[in-house]
Design a protein around this ligand. Sequence first.
Ligand SMILES: [Zn+2]
Ligand SMILES: [Zn+2]
Length: 125
Amino acid sequence: MNTTTLASTTRLNPVSRTLPVLLAMEDDAEDVGRLSPDDRLTCHVHGRWIHQCVASPLHVNPITRHRWCRSCATALTVSIDELSGDVTMFCPRCGHGESAASARLIAACRASLAAARRRFGAQAA
Ligand SMILES: [Zn+2]
Ligand SMILES: [Zn+2]
């Protein structure tokens, strides 16, 4: 009998996927519980790379603390440097506001930025 290695053969590979393809793949993976919403590189609400729409108010969540400073009850400001690929978030009031949820969101934004750049840009490294 064949041991299926589904998990490894269907593993998501963001590189070389177009946005619509990756979006659909991530929807499916999320539906079957193989992908956490926090780890998506695409946004199913906006239909874009996560770094392209993360500045939308829809990506603020006071409960999970995605892009939310609890001390100030304020949404974090997103700063994305498309050139360096750096993504940061900070509270406009206290300058901090970090949370585990925001850290994961930042990681996803950096990954989506990198994936989008690999597609459109340079033959890099
Ligand atoms: Zn979005
Ligand atoms: Zn704050």
